[in-house]
Design a protein around this ligand. Structure first.
Ligand code: FAD
Length: 155
């Protein structure tokens, strides 16, 4: 099976969009990720799968902490910014939550501490315990078949 066929199949699974953020030596770094999941309720665990060549891989390994912001439907440019898909350096508004930067006006934000890391092929699964969550109202930004999308609720 070639990579394109695999990617096409994975693209049929619609997801939300998160931005993973952390801070190291006063530098804030963010990365767009949809390989995020909730893992356990007791204890409260989440995970994100990060490519071994991503700068974020080094940041999370070094700090042992990350925050996750779930993007709202009007935050497509933010997703593109943190996926390296926008021309030039963009200035992004962050809030500080439990000592971690999070995306302002995101639908929800989670602060967490890494408790386990598993290498899986060319990615690492960073499992983390949630220390706090912050919620806002709004609609999510979705990703489906390689394109951004909006949610349409059944009537
Ligand atoms: P860079 O490529 O250097 O940074 C990413 C971008 O963020 C750069 O443009 C940088 O300027 C900008 N940036 C970083 N910090 C700041 C800041 N403080 N202020 C302003 N801009 C900043 N990859 C995965 O490993 N796992 C996934 O689950 C995943 N899901 C994805 C889902 C989608 C929808 C998309 C589009 C991409 C996804 N990627 C995923 C790919 C990943 O987002 C990119 O490969 C990303 O460029 C890797 O970031 P990096 O840490 O290597 O840093």
């Amino acid at each position: 099976m070639d990579d394109r066929r695999f990617r096409n199949a994975m693209g049929m699974f619609a997801t939300g969009i998160s931005v993973i953020t952390t801070t190291l030596d006063d530098d804030v770094h963010g990365m767009t990720a949809n390989a995020f999941m909730s893992v356990s309720l007791n204890p409260k665990l989440v995970l994100v799968s990060i490519g071994e060549h991503a700068k974020m891989h080094h940041y999370v390994q070094t700090t042992g902490k990350y925050a996750v912001s779930f993007l709202a439907e009007d935050q497509r440019e933010i997703s593109m910014t943190f996926a390296g898909q926008m021309d030039g350096q963009r200035s992004v508004a962050f809030d500080w939550f439990n000592g971690l930067p999070v995306i302002r006006d995101a639908l929800a934000a989670i602060s967490c501490d890494v408790v386990d890391a598993h290498k899986a092929g060319d990615h690492t699964l960073f499992i983390a315990e949630v220390s706090d969550v912050r919620l806002a109202a709004g609609q999510p930004l979705l990703f489906y078949q390689g394109k951004y999308s909006r949610a349409h609720a059944f009537a």
